[in-house]
Structures are given as C-alpha cells and as structure tokens.
Design a binder for this molecule. Structure first.
Ligand code: ZN
Length: 429
C-alpha cells in the first residue's frame, strides 16, 4: 500500500528521478531506499533492479501523472531527443531551483545550455567536482554568447550546433596554449576571463575545467557560427580560393588577421582537411543508454577523473594555460576523436592528431621548412582541389542527427604512471 506524502512538492523541469525522490525523502524524514521502494517497480518480474514508475510516483506525491511526465526526465512523455541532451546530470542554476525545497536539484540539461541568462550564472558543462557556479556579472560577453548560441540552434538545429560549438571549444583549447601572434588575439581575453573565474592563488579551490570552458565560450560560439554554416563548410571544402576566404574569416574571428592554416599544430587545418565535408559528429553516448537508466544509482566519478582534475588544477595554477584542461576534458571527446579519426594508442596522441592535417602534408609538402632566417617554420596547409562530398552536396538546415553503425571507439588509453613522468620531463613541466 502507498500512503500519500503530506508535503506536496513538484519536480523541477528535467529533474532526475533520483534527485526528486531524494528531496521528497529528506523533506519527509524518510530514507531514500524506503521511498524508492514505493515509487518504483521491477522492469521485469525476475529483475532485482527497480525502476521509477510514473503511476506510483503520482499516487505517492498526489501530483497528477501527466504533470510528472512533463518534468521528471526518465519518465518524460513523449521521450526527449536524447541526443540533444548531455549524458550526465548536474546541479541546476541555484537561483532558478531555489524555490524547490529539500536539497540540490539535479537536472539533465541539453547540450546548448551553458548559461542561465536570467540570473547570469555559468552552469555547464558538468565537471567531476561540483564547484559553485560562478556569476557572470563582470563577464557580460559570456551571457551574450549563450544568446548567440540559442540563435544558432534555431538556425542550424541541434546536431550541427552541438558539433560546431564543441569544435569551437576544441580550436580554442589548442590555441590557448600556443604563443600569441598579435596583441588583439583572443588568448588575452581568455587569460583575463580566467583571472575573474579562477583568481590567482585560488586555483586549488576555485579551479574547474568548466570555468576554462566559460573563459573561451564567446569565441567558441563565434567560431561555431562559421563551423556550423553550410555556406562556410562548402568554402572550406572547396579549392584554394574558398579555403583562403574561410581562413581569412576564421582568423578575423580569432583576432589573428594574418592567419594561415598550417599542416601541424593547427586544429583549424585539421578540420578543413578531415572534418568540414562530413556530417556533424554524434555524442559518444546518451543518458538514455547509460547502464542503470531509470534506476536508483547515481553514477559516481571515477578515480582517474578525479586524478585528472587534480592534475589539471596543478597545471593551471603553475602556468595559467587553460587549453590542456579543455582538450583533456570528456566534454570535447566526441569532436576530438571523431568516428573517422585516426586511431591512436595513447590519448595524448589523439589530442596531438586533432591539430594535424595529414592528407596533403605527407607527400606534397614537408611538415617543417626552413626559411631565410633559418627558423624552422611549419608548412602552410592548402588542399589543391575541392573535396567531393556527398554530404555537402545534399545537406540542408537543420541537419538531422547522423546514424552510427557501431559504438564509437575510445580516443586511446591514458598515460600510465611511469609514462606520465617521462612525458612531464619531456614537456618541461
Ligand atoms: Zn537561473
């Protein structure tokens, strides 16, 4: 028998079942397990695992089932477009969720949600450590970028926007750690914003990779408008003239007016070479396909994720370069190692390969040439002819999510303890 709970508390939009039941249990002085037993049932009679049940949740809370299935993410009807959502829940905007009592509200947010525009608070992407979300009162350009991002979503649809913004982050991540070319270069803005978000001498406590993403978000969205546009993709995939027009425009958006694609250490050239003429990349996984979906166990952070977080914090505290933290974070995983990317044994190889253009560099041009000043110089990248692409020939906006035949491979294994030591010595860090 189910007894109705005396305190009527509604779920927040896109709240997870575990979050909602945890709040209800806390408010009523019940144990989570006791309440979960009442609002769930085995998916099959023989199954020991219990799954959230909308009708039982309605009976126990007194809230109509129809209303619950508009809010609680696992029982949403109709089912959401899972590909358009992140695969892991996170705390919601603290001010938006303040009216929901009983503890923090965990929500599954869509890929396009980085800022609560109403409260000017940075909320995404989720990180291993739940840092308080920073306010953006001093960084209005980050709030403006979220608005631009939503306009992009409206124009291009979720698939192309997802791919384009993550590719934007990937490009910013690579370029942050490279030497600046001109005074107006975007790197300086990233450094300034990072000072606001992770002040000097506080990195131990205030560091989160999510905040590094915040520092580059305005430029990531500016680049995304180009990366996601079929017009610009077609120019990037065309012959030398089109590639030059594309290079000029992307350089302008990064504050580097003399930008010229290079065959190495250049994620833009890599994208022109291997990605611009293919369909958008899919997320590696979705919340719906996670093991235990609809059950009571919330995923825990792996030890290696916590270790990586600690390493990123130390690295950033030492040299204030945010690129590596961005590139090594799982948030960009789906565009770092795309379904068609070359497979590398080690993850650091995957990161390096995402900034190399290989198709036309091996046979036609040396990777490094020596000019008059005897300074080694990385060769320019230029594809001699247009790519023949069935995708670009027929693509229209909004692009649908492509389908995937097999689960994606990983981007290579992380360095082991001894290898990491050797790598650190070689990198001088
Ligand atoms: Zn809010």
């Amino acid at each position: 028998m189910h007894s109705r709970l005396p305190i009527a508390v509604a779920p927040a939009r896109d709240e997870t079942a575990v979050s909602y039941v945890t709040r209800l249990a806390d408010l009523h002085g019940l144990s989570f397990g006791e309440l979960w037993q009442q609002v769930s049932r085995p998916r099959t009679p023989a199954s020991p695992a219990r799954f959230i049940a909308a009708d039982l949740l309605a009976a126990v809370t007194g809230i109509p089932e129809q209303r619950l299935t508009r809010a609680v993410i696992e029982i949403r009807r109709p089912e959401p477009d899972w590909l358009a959502y992140r695969h892991e829940p996170q705390n919601g905007c603290p001010r938006c969720t303040a009216r929901h009592p009983g503890g923090p509200v965990r929500q599954l947010l869509p890929h396009h949600r980085y800022v609560c525009v109403r409260h000017r608070i940075w909320i995404g992407p989720p990180d291993v450590i739940d840092q308080p979300y920073p306010t953006l009162d001093e960084l209005p350009e980050i709030v403006a970028a979220q608005r631009a991002h939503l306009r992009l979503l409206h124009r291009l649809g979720p698939a192309a926007t997802y791919d384009a913004v993550l590719t934007g982050f990937l490009i910013c991540g690579h370029r942050w750690d490279q030497p600046a070319h001109e005074p107006e270069y975007a790197q300086l803005d990233w450094d300034d914003r990072a000072v606001q978000l992770i002040p000097h001498d506080t990195a131990e406590t205030s560091f989160s990779t999510s905040r590094l993403f915040a520092a580059t978000y305005p430029e990531a969205v500016k680049l995304a408008a180009l990366i996601g546009s079929l017009h610009w993709r077609r120019l990037a995939a065309s012959g030398p003239g089109g590639q030059q027009r594309f290079a000029k425009e992307i350089g302008r958006r990064l504050g580097q007016s003399d930008y010229q694609p290079k065959v190495a250490k250049d994620p833009i050239a890599h994208w022109i070479d291997d990605d611009c003429w293919r369909p958008p990349s899919l997320p590696r996984t979705t919340y719906r396909t996670q093991r235990g979906f609809g059950g009571q166990s919330a995923p825990k952070a792996h030890q290696h994720s916590l270790d990586r977080h600690a390493r990123s914090a130390r690295w950033f505290a030492r040299n204030r370069l945010g690129g590596r933290g961005i590139l090594y974070h799982r948030h960009v995983g789906s565009v770092l190692a795309r379904d068609w990317s070359r497979r590398m044994d080690l993850f650091i190889g995957t990161v390096a390969a995402s900034a190399e253009a290989t198709t036309y560099s091996d046979s036609n041009t040396p990777a490094v040439s020596v000019d008059d000043t005897s300074e080694p110089r990385i060769a320019d990248y230029m594809r001699p002819t247009a790519v023949q692409s069935d995708y670009l020939a027929t693509a229209v906006n909004p692009a649908p999510w492509p389908s995937r035949d097999a689960p994606p491979e990983r981007g290579g294994r992380p360095l082991l303890g001894r290898e990491r030591k050797i790598f650190r010595t070689a990198a001088g860090c």
